[in-house]
Design a protein around this ligand. Structure first.
Ligand SMILES: *Cc1c(COP(=O)(O)O)cnc(C)c1O
Length: 221
C-alpha cells in the first residue's frame, strides 16, 4: 500500500533537484496526502479553495499550499492567511482582490500569471498582450501585498510531442522575454503527469503532478 511513496520516489529520481514538484492532490483523501507527506513531500496543489482550506486545517502546518485552479474572486479571502502560491491568476481584478486580502493578513502572496498556450477552447489564460498590459500597468505598482513570480501554463491534452514542444517553448520564450524586465521572476510552472518531461526540457522550473503520484482521479465519488 506504499504506492504513493514509490511513485514520488520514481518521479523525484527522474528530475533535477532544482525542479519543484507540486503534488496535485485534488479530490484525494487526507490519508493519501499524509502518505505523501510522510514520504517527505511538502508542496501540495489543489484546485478548489474550500477543499484546500479543509485539507490545510487537517494536515501538518509545514506544508506549502498552492492554488492551481481557476480562481473565484469571492473565495480568495478563505485562503489568504496561508496560501503560498497562486498559479492561475488571469486578471488585474483578481490581483487586486488577492492584494486586498493579503493586506488584511499583513502578508505578501506569491502569484503566477496563467498564460493561455493550448489551442483548445476550454483552457483559461492570458494572451501575450494581456500579460504586457498587466505587468506594465500603473495599478499593479500599488499592489504591495502581492508578488508576481512568473508564469503558469497548461498545454493541450495530447500525446503529440510536436504540439507539446511548440506550446511549452512558446511559454518559455515569453517568460524569458519578461524576465529581462523582471529579473526577480523565478517560476515557470508547466508540466503535468503526461507531459512534465517535455516541459522540463523547455525550461519548466515547477511541475504539477497529480495522477502519476496519487493514481487516477474519480470525479464521481
Ligand atoms: C489536475 C491538474 C494538474 C495535474 O494533472 P495530472 O494529469 O493528474 O498530473 C496540473 N495542473 C492543473 C492546473 C490541474 O488542474
Amino acid at each position: 500500500m506504499n504506492y504513493i511513496k514509490d511513485n514520488l520516489e520514481k518521479i523525484k529520481t527522474s528530475i533535477s533537484e532544482k525542479i519543484v514538484l507540486v503534488a496535485v492532490s485534488k479530490t484525494k483523501p487526507i490519508a493519501d496526502l499524509l502518505e505523501a507527506y510522510e514520504a517527505g513531500q511538502r508542496v501540495f496543489g489543489e484546485n478548489k479553495i474550500q477543499e484546500m482550506v479543509t485539507k490545510h486545517e487537517a494536515l501538518p502546518k509545514d506544508i506549502e499550499w498552492h492554488m492551481i485552479g481557476h480562481l473565484q474572486r469571492n473565495k480568495v479571502k478563505y485562503m489568504a492567511h496561508f496560501v503560498d502560491l497562486i498559479h492561475g491568476v488571469d486578471s488585474l481584478k483578481t490581483l487586486k482582490e488577492i492584494n486586498k486580502q493579503a493586506h488584511k493578513h499583513d502578508r505578501v502572496i506569491n502569484c503566477l500569471l496563467q498564460v493561455r498556450i493550448a489551442k483548445e477552447e476550454t483552457k483559461f489564460g492570458l494572451t501575450p498582450a494581456d500579460i504586457s498590459d498587466i505587468l506594465y500597468s500603473e495599478e499593479l505598482k500599488t499592489f504591495t501585498n502581492i508578488k508576481i513570480c512568473g508564469f503558469m501554463g497548461m498545454a493541450t491534452f495530447t500525446k503529440n510531442e510536436n504540439i507539446l514542444n511548440e506550446e511549452f517553448s512558446e511559454l518559455e520564450t515569453l517568460y524569458n522575454h519578461h524576465k529581462k524586465q523582471h529579473p526577480d521572476f523565478s517560476i515557470l510552472s508547466m508540466g503535468m503527469s503526461g507531459d512534465y518531461k517535455l516541459a522540463i526540457k523547455n525550461g519548466s522550473t515547477m511541475i504539477r503532478v497529480g495522477s502519476s503520484i496519487f493514481g487516477a482521479r474519480n470525479y464521481l465519488t
